[in-house]
Design a protein around this ligand. Structure first.
Ligand code: FES
Length: 516
């Protein structure tokens, strides 16, 4: 048994990383074998899919660029809901009533699947059934809340009006969903991972898949150190890495902010609580090692835009207005992808050979939609079909008039492609930077991503994102370079933290520039 690393794609430590580690039985990888399925990425999507196909008798290998839970699963706020950020009313209007019903069914099934896996494998992951409260504070919010209530009832999701919301703020109207839940996401995926390996599955950590070539129904994935052959491949990496795929333009990357705080009294909410403000907020309680924490989140913004430090400050200030905060124990942020037409993209990867699948566009509902993805993808691999195949088909062409936000997002991406090459303010000296921070500067005629570490050493990088050449922005909260176009993120030394980029940012030798 080896102890897993427990790192994440940011400097801040999430509540789930504290005092948690996985014990993984060693699994043997055979480079000359043709596996049934290669899964790229060991978050909730990859590990659940791997377990389902391995349990059905296929032989599966997971290739993870870092360690399990390194991406969004390690930074989620771990809500399990029977409703989603895209409301059933929105799905009815953009797709159809049947589509909304199907969407609801898939979500309810995913909640049941998570519970079934917890029960079957006796997983100690703090799983608890909860009620989920949503409340409105303005007339517009109340109208929207009524839409949520009525459309949820139409699709068969259990919800009623309530006057008892466990939060100390005034509200106009509130509804409560039964059958919601919460858990510890890392304990959950570590347990699934252990079961997967017990069943003969293979997990390889610290392996970055650079390329996949397909020939005669066999896909060969290449990394720096080895090749993996498989009959089917699943990209469980949010949007697939590498060259520009249509999914990169159908999803907008967002950063989401979370804190875990202790309170001065026992006012911790019994349940999951959501407001409807713009930006929205949510609250829940989680107990770690006997200590209760208020988990609060919100103040999301598009990756590479906005001010991450301000988002944390605003979230903390707002939380203090709602609960008697004693101390912020930890704070962290995570990334999710907003889909163009409101529904996730799960299934065959557009433009790729047969047998290559992807799952993305989960909005802020990664735990349930990652699990829905595992249901759909395992059915597609095992049976060649899924009842949700058409609804979530990544190749669907859908008018997106109802989703003006994403049109704006895509216009923004195009503007970044063109505009960022020019017009960055000229900064004469990189030495003005405070320590442990970064900035895009122009230096001796060249645009640079400059990071000054805590000892004053300066690291210069080419700020051109290696995915599709947008210019990265500095994220001072997570100490990373974030791409505003498709959400790739890089460490201060240029190493890829988050796809779709596969190549690190290019290092620039400042001395060479100075001499020219
Ligand atoms: Fe696509 Fe940077 S992530 S250009």
């Amino acid at each position: 048994m080896e102890k897993n690393q427990n790192t994440r794609d940011g400097r801040n430590e999430s509540l789930w990383q504290k005092n948690t580690s996985a014990l993984t039985p060693a699994s043997e990888f055979n480079p000359s074998k043709i596996y049934d399925v290669l899964i790229v990425g060991a978050g909730i999507t990859g590990i659940t899919t791997a377990l389902l196909v391995q349990k059905a008798g296929l032989h599966c290998v997971i290739a993870e660029a870092h360690n399990p839970g390194y991406g969004t699963t390690g930074g989620t706020s771990a809500h399990i809901n029977t409703f989603a950020d895209t409301t059933f009313a929105e799905v009815e209007s953009a797709f159809s009533k049947d589509a909304a019903k199907q969407f609801a069914n898939s979500i309810v099934e995913s909640v049941e699947l998570i519970h079934e896996l917890v029960e079957t494998y006796k997983i100690d992951c703090d799983f608890e059934w909860k009620k989920g409260y949503v409340y409105s504070q303005t007339d517009d919010e109340t109208k929207e809340l009524d839409d949520i209530l009525e459309s949820s009832i139409r699709v068969g999701v259990e919800v009623v009006v309530t006057t008892q919301v466990p939060v100390n703020v005034a509200y106009q109207k509130a509804i409560v969903f039964n059958g919601q839940a919460q858990f510890h996401p890392l304990k959950y995926i570590y347990a699934l991972q252990a079961e997967f390996i017990n069943l003969g599955g293979v997990l390889i950590e610290n392996i970055l898949i650079q390329d996949i070539e397909s020939e005669q129904d066999v896909h060969t994935a290449t990394s720096d150190s080895t090749q993996i052959k498989a009959k089917a491949v699943v990209y469980a990496t949010h949007i697939p890495p590498g060259g520009v795929n249509v999914l990169h333009f159908r999803n907008a990357p967002y950063r989401s902010y979370v804190i875990a705080a202790t309170l001065t009294n026992d006012a911790y909410p019994e349940g999951l609580v959501y407001d409807m403000q713009e930006p929205y907020h949510y609250f829940r309680t989680h107990v770690i090692d006997g200590q209760k924490y208020l988990v609060a989140g919100g103040h999301d913004h598009k990756t590479g835009h906005g001010d991450p430090e301000q988002s944390f400050a605003d979230l903390i200030e707002f939380t203090k207005k709602c609960y008697p905060v004693k101390e912020v124990f930890t704070q962290w942020s995570a990334q999710y992808f907003v889909p163009a037409d409101g529904l996730p993209y799960i299934g065959k990867l557009p433009g790729a050979p047969d047998g290559i699948y992807a799952a993305t566009g989960f909005n802020g509902n990664g735990m349930i939609l990652g699990t829905v993805s595992a249901m759909v993808l395992s059915d597609l691999i095992l049976q060649g079909e899924s009842e949700y195949e058409a609804l979530f088909n990544p190749g669907r062409i859908k008018p997106i008039a109802g989703f003006t936000e994403i049109v704006k997002e895509n216009a923004d991406v195009v503007a970044r492609f063109i505009g960022d090459r020019f017009g960055v303010e000229k900064i004469e000296s990189v030495f003005q930077l405070p320590t442990d921070s970064g900035d895009i500067v122009e230096y001796h005629g060249q645009k640079l991503a400059i990071y000054k570490d805590s000892t004053g050493n300066v690291q210069a990088l080419d700020p051109v994102c290696t995915h599709a050449k947008c210019i990265v922005n500095w994220n001072n909260a997570e100490k990373s370079w974030d791409c505003p176009c498709h959400g790739a993120r890089f460490d201060t030394d240029g190493t890829v933290l988050t796809g779709p980029a596969r190549e690190n940012l290019r290092e620039i030798n400042l001395n060479v520039l100075t001499e020219n």
